[in-house]
Design a protein around this ligand. Structure first.
Ligand SMILES: [Zn+2]
Ligand SMILES: [Zn+2]
Length: 314
């Protein structure tokens, strides 16, 4: 079950010629999710070939650099005769701002747009095998981050053991794997525990949007496979990070350690670092407990496949 993250926009509040404002695209087995939509997000989607079949848009907060791409994106979706509904999740108290952005189109979109306000701990979206949960962040406006949390997967089915126990190859295999006991022709009952291993953890991605370091980021997921954290500044501007409710790359790495994150993507770089990301990576790697190569400042358009923690394919 592929899970792919594409970084559409990695700039801070002011874009640069290389970096677009915030947006992260996630594709999971035919379903497409967008986290923030800074100005120009639709053109990034075209450039990097993600398509426009997004069903859910998760807005971390209503600063312009995270939402000004919404009107253009919706307008293009409407020109493409979209009919499928779009849900926009946004922090409590910001419905009016999202409505204002939709009204900026001039015409009502051709498809239903549902606005869902969320706060700390709310499940913004529940799908078949995962959910997207909001968590409180510490920014200078109403804000949340989001965690994509997959459910545990079924344990491995021990086919050999099942055959040894006399279970005939066929539907009884899948019933056992689904957790049901089955009765064999001679009356013996085989229980799932005899042939199915322990359940296996799913994957998780945590995206903070703009924030100072917060406990909630650590608590929302156990050992996330990928933490995408605000790293607006390097150490030279640590004071400025605190003042403006952002984080430094080093602080992002400290949070990643405490959260047990496998990989750390540093996002939302201030335009003062245009063309120069070495300090961010070096300072975060100094403190990151895991593989230093797993800490990175993505370029716009960089994409990443997230494997299962146990290395299995399914
Ligand atoms: Zn921002
Ligand atoms: Zn902001």
């Amino acid at each position: 079950m592929p899970l792919r993250v594409t970084f559409l926009g990695t700039a801070g509040a002011i874009p640069t010629t290389d970096r677009n404002p915030s947006s992260v695209f996630v594709a999971r087995e035919g379903e497409e999710l967008l986290f923030d939509a800074g100005e120009g997000t639709q053109r990034q989607m075209m450039r990097f070939g993600t398509g426009f079949s997004v069903s859910q848009l998760f807005v971390t907060h209503c600063h312009g650099d995270h939402v000004l791409g919404i009107p253009g994106l919706l307008q293009t979706m409407a020109f493409n005769d979209r009919e499928e509904p779009l849900a926009i999740h946004t922090p409590h108290g910001t419905r009016g701002q999202i409505k204002g952005l939709i009204n900026a189109l001039g015409n009502r979109p051709s498809f239903p747009v549902r606005i869902n306000e969320v706060g700390d701990g709310d499940v913004a979206y529940r799908a078949d095998e995962y959910e997207v949960r909001a968590f409180g962040t510490d920014h200078d406006t109403r804000s949340v981050g989001y965690a994509l949390l997959e459910d545990d997967r079924k344990g491995r089915f021990d086919r050999e053991r099942a055959e040894e126990l006399g279970v005939p190859v066929g539907p009884k295999f899948s019933r056992l794997h689904e957790g049901e006991s089955v009765e064999l022709e001679d009356g013996t009952v085989v229980d799932p525990e005899q042939v199915v291993g322990d359940s296996r953890p799913g994957r998780s991605i945590v995206y903070t949007g703009d924030t100072r370091p917060t406990e909630a980021t650590i608590e929302v997921a156990d050992d996330p496979d990928l933490l995408i954290h605000d790293a607006t500044f390097a150490d030279d501007r640590a004071d400025r990070a605190a003042e403006t409710a952002h984080a430094t790359a080093r602080q992002a790495a400290e949070i990643a350690n405490r959260a047990g994150a496998d990989r750390l993507a540093l996002l939302h770089l201030s335009s003062r670092y245009a063309g120069y990301t070495a300090d961010h990576e070096e300072q975060a790697r100094e403190v990151f407990a895991g593989d230093p190569d797993a800490v990175f400042v993505p370029d716009d358009g960089d994409a990443l496949e997230i494997p299962y923690p146990d290395g299995d394919e399914t």
